[in-house]
Design a protein around this ligand. Sequence first.
Ligand SMILES: Cc1cc2nc3c(=O)[nH]c(=O)nc-3n(C[C@H](O)[C@H](O)[C@H](O)COP(=O)(O)OP(=O)(O)OC[C@H]3O[C@@H](n4cnc5c(N)ncnc54)[C@H](O)[C@@H]3O)c2cc1C
Length: 404
Amino acid sequence: MKSYDLIIVGGCASGIVAAINAKRRNSDIKIAIIEKLPRIGKKLLATGNGKCNLTNETSAAHNYVGKEFASYAFEKYSPEKIKEFFASLGLLCYTDSCGRVYPESNTAASVVDALRFELERLKIDVYCETPVTEIKHKSDFVINGEFICKKLIIAAGGKASPSQGSDGSGYMLAKSLGHSITRLYPALVPLCASPEITKPMKGVRVRNVTLTLKGEKKIAQTSGEILFTDYGLSGIAAMELAASAQKYIDDVKCNPFTYIDFMPDMSYNELVDYLLNLNKIKGFTNIDNLLTGFLPKAVGIAICKACKLYKADKLISELNEKDIRKIAEKIKSFPLEVTGAKDFKDAQVTSGGIKTSEIDEKTMQSKICRNLYFAGEIIDVDGGCGGFNLQWAWASGMLAGELN
Ligand SMILES: Cc1cc2nc3c(=O)[nH]c(=O)nc-3n(C[C@H](O)[C@H](O)[C@H](O)COP(=O)(O)OP(=O)(O)OC[C@H]3O[C@@H](n4cnc5c(N)ncnc54)[C@H](O)[C@@H]3O)c2cc1C
């Protein structure tokens, strides 16, 4: 039996920093990471489109589901502290205009390398291709009947993107040690919505929209880019609505609608004035061109069709003021029925996880099983796109690694 003071299950973002922090704080302890994949940090390589958006300078507890629980970790390990941590590994970063932090090299491999070298320097043992399938606990933890340790951190991620290792087996391990898991939803995943409307616009992106998800009342609102697909909507603004939409469908058993505001920076009246003026500028051209001054052509056509004003050979000058007002209404509020979201395979994050009421937020230690800690996405905390989820993985991993 291989014996350690601390074992960490899961060798990606939260697990690696937990190991590093634990060893830096106490060089006498013997630590191992157990990872099921052939290499550590695989998911990190896919983050931020291969660039790894490793945190967000604007990140604070209010950006998260589970904010009350997460606030202590974020106070102690703020984005600034995380940047300092990476600087201590020799990794320099830059910040874009939205507060998103990336490695100066613009490649996620630099982040994984920096972490990997620190594990080597600190002589932390790493066992790859070793899926943990069983943990037995009396006074110590016995893992797969092969490893024994006094303290254990489970940092096995959620269920999102299982090809990168996080297949949900961490939940099973947590359950076997007495923990309960909330309902789980794929989050940051495309929406399935009115394919008959979106399909003709497949591949078309719109840079800056506001999306409002409504059932009987407003459920959530996001803004940013959308991408039309043959099944519905992708893009950051749509993906950020996915978990809320599915929770609503599950709870209320009815489909919500998402309303797209294609011109969030213009009021309805300003838009009407603008469109009426277009009649003077290009009234002699085909209706296909009505909205090409600010929207892709296919979107303009879909809007005119939704207003039942579209005919292939119609001219812009044939539209009267009532028609223009109808079109402006649809530009400000274009409805799509949301029937669900793509599944965990396509998701970036899991919404839900180990119940936060069962974990001490100041230490990440289990309230149910002494010397057991959790870190990262496996806990019921999740945030939006833009570096927020890795910020949680680092902050909670660092805190768990304190072993308090
Ligand atoms: C495509 C994609 C892009 C993303 N981009 C960003 C981004 O740019 N910025 C951002 O903030 N977030 C991003 N995220 C989310 C972010 O990557 C995760 O929230 C974060 O990696 C979670 O870290 P974690 O350590 O908790 O879990 P994970 O990174 O999922 O790591 C868990 C590890 O545990 C291992 N494991 C699981 N079960 C077992 C087991 N039974 N035995 C042994 N090992 C096990 C897995 O193989 C894995 O290596 C992205 C996610 C995806 C899928």
